[in-house]
Design a binder for this molecule. Structure first.
Ligand code: SAH
Length: 367
């Protein structure tokens, strides 16, 4: 289940860990910063591109580290604003990274705000009944270097197509950890990766522009509340009562609402930012008025924003999205109580952008 690559992943190293490796070799430690500058600021794609490093050092780096542990195998562009990258890892596992462009008024698509959705595991163990990622269970956790590599791959792609990208460190505006996998089930790699993404010697990307989405692993939510970096938190609620939530999310049996809600409150108190409750609307499962009222009460209690997502159909699963009218009725119950709510007319339906869908299809085709 655990993947141990033959060489260490450079994108999983921190400035300190890289300095330590260089010290072992009696190299000057200022080289560590130079190397990471090549990776994160100048986006070097080969060791030989790192021209201010002695040849010998480059040879050692090549023998010791993998520079890019995720190979781009498919770049799927949709007709709307969502693109999807399918990446192949060292053990041939496939993962997905999604680029969501939100056009801004008065500027072309090049000026759109970009949100990048990254994966943290290959497959998922949470077994949510509606989700493609969990259909085949968990294959393995991603390494920190593989999580960071997804963002670098997006940078490579954006650098080539967007004029503004080259002038900016990260070339995107937000990161959401909402791809394949349960991020808090791969906690240490997640925090290591986001530390690298955040660090000034890394991508220099602000923690407050990073949202971690969880199905509700209560002890890990409490742990996350103690981190010094202030990430944003989203909870995949999808059921506003234990009865409904347990039916579609097995995690609710271990961490029912009476445990989950207080943990979210602790996170809130520590970080003082509005958290988001994600609620997929699935026909005849969780789209009743009673669910809307219960969700309203939870949202008011937690001062949370509610993100309603019409269900994205998954091949092989029976679930459907409710009619537009029913979606609006549900949203209006929340709006009438002044709950901050977005009803996402979802993006990327035509490229299977929901969690795990593209990977599943590609694996089926390749099999
Ligand atoms: N495991 C984490 C993050 C990955 S899932 C979590 O549960 O939050 C990211 C989001 O996509 C979750 O809210 C998940 O419930 C949702 N999702 C999964 N399958 C979906 C589908 N078919 N249509 C719409 N949203 C889906």
């Amino acid at each position: 289940m655990k993947f141990t690559p033959q060489k260490a992943l450079l994108t999983g190293e921190t400035l300190d860990s890289l300095k330590a490796r260089l010290e072992e070799r009696k190299e000057p430690t200022f080289r560590a910063k130079q190397i990471l500058d090549w990776v994160y600021k100048k986006r070097a794609r080969s060791w030989d591109a790192m021209t201010n490093l002695p040849k010998e050092l480059r040879t050692w780096l090549d023998e010791t580290f993998v520079l890019m542990p995720a190979e781009l195998v498919l770049n799927k562009e949709s007709s709307d604003v969502t693109d999807k990258l399918l990446l192949k890892l060292g053990d041939n596992s496939l993962i997905e990274t999604v680029v969501i462009r939100v056009p801004q008024e008065g500027v072309g698509i090049e000026g759109a705000r970009k949100t990048i959705c990254i994966s943290t595991q290959v497959g998922c163990a949470m077994a949510c009944a509606f989700c493609a990622s969990g259909l085949e269970g968990l294959k393995r956790d991603l390494l920190a270097g593989e999580i960071v590599a997804q963002l670098l791959q997006v940078c490579y792609r954006e650098d080539a197509r967007t004029p503004r990208a080259k002038e900016e460190l990260a070339s995107f505006d937000n990161i959401v950890v909402m791809g394949m996998g349960e991020p808090l089930a791969n906690y240490d790699a997640l925090i290591q990766a986001l530390t690298i993404v955040n660090a000034p010697w890394g991508l220099g990307f602000g923690a407050r522009r990073i949202t971690i989405s969880t199905s509700g692993l209560v002890p890990k939510i409490l742990k996350l509340a103690e981190e010094n970096l202030s990430f944003r938190l989203a909870i995949s609620l999808h059921g506003a009562t234990n009865e409904i939530r347990s039916k579609i999310m097995p995690v609710n049996k271990a961490y029912p609402l009476e445990k989950l809600i207080p943990a979210v409150r602790v996170f809130n108190e520590r970080h003082g930012r509005m958290i988001t409750l994600e609620f997929i609307l699935i026909e005849d499962i969780n789209d009743s008025q009673d669910q809307a009222f219960a969700l309203r009460d939870i949202a008011l209690d937690l001062h949370a924003h509610v993100n309603l997502i019409p269900y994205n159909t998954v091949e092989g699963l029976p679930w459907k999205r409710p009619s537009i009218e029913r979606q609006d009725d549900f949203a209006n119950i929340l709006r009438d109580a002044d709950v901050s709510v977005t009803l996402r007319r979802e993006k990327g339906h035509d490229i299977d952008a929901a969690c795990g869908q593209l990977r599943l299809k590609t694996e089926k085709t390749l099999a």
